[in-house]
Design a protein around this ligand. Structure first.
Ligand code: ADX
Length: 204
């Protein structure tokens, strides 16, 4: 007989998120960057991580390409693989946020439902979706990694924006189109948005 996950009982702990946040002097959250490959998600998240770290924040950036080298190295790009990829990295992001860290996550995450599930699990005021909405024509013209050309040549199947869908957010907290916005402008907008939202909750 195989054992069920329902046989495992949730263990409560003495130290709560609030205790950890008090030590860090900030509120843990997930800042979720979603958008096409080459839209600018990683570049913005990396620069934002740098800025928040320099200003004394506990911040960590989870990157799609990098996590696919380890935790998700068994996954490809078929719809079920992407779902599992986002489920796993979403859980990791939630753990970081639970530890009180400002967690930046940059993943194409093409399915709305998958992103919404993480939002719900994070709870109110703990998940902020940043849609990097740079259109496919611009991403393809940039083609930083040469992947769009390969996708057009039929060498990469299921390529988001070319041969696989992308479901844009309907209620993103922020939308950034890097066609006209500079990197500094994008980082400023996210940093300003976060300013009030990462204040720790007052201890009752
Ligand atoms: S996601 O769809 O599962 O969220 P993720 O963000 O982890 O994707 O990885 C996207 C990165 O994988 C892209 O930036 C690109 O470098 C690379 N990649 C390789 N194959 C594909 C593909 N078929 N579609 C999109 N990106 C791909």
């Amino acid at each position: 007989m195989t054992q069920k996950s329902t046989d495992v009982v949730w263990q409560d702990r003495e130290i709560t998120r609030r205790c950890r946040e008090q030590v860090l002097g900030q509120r843990g959250c997930v800042v979720w960057f979603t958008g096409l490959s080459g839209s600018g998600k990683s570049t913005i998240a990396a620069r934002l991580e740098h800025r928040l770290n320099r200003s004394g924040r506990a911040v960590y950036y989870l990157d799609g390409d990098n996590l696919r080298h380890g935790l998700c190295s068994d996954l490809h790009f078929a719809p079920a693989d992407r779902r599992e990829n986002i489920r796993r990295v979403g859980e990791v992001a939630l753990l970081f946020a639970e530890a009180g860290v400002i967690t930046l996550a940059a993943f194409i995450s093409p399915y709305r439902e998958d992103r919404e599930r993480i939002r719900e699990r994070a709870g109110k005021g703990r998940f902020f979706e940043v849609h990097v909405s740079t259109p496919v024509s611009v991403c393809e013209a940039r083609d930083v990694k040469g992947l769009y050309a390969r996708a057009r040549a039929g060498e990469i199947p299921n390529f988001t924006g070319i041969s696989a869908p992308y479901e844009a957010p309907e209620n993103a907290e922020l939308t950034l189109d890097t066609t006209d916005l500079s990197l500094d402008e994008c980082v400023d907008r996210v940093a300003n948005f976060l300013l009030e939202r990462i204040r720790p909750e007052p201890v009752p």
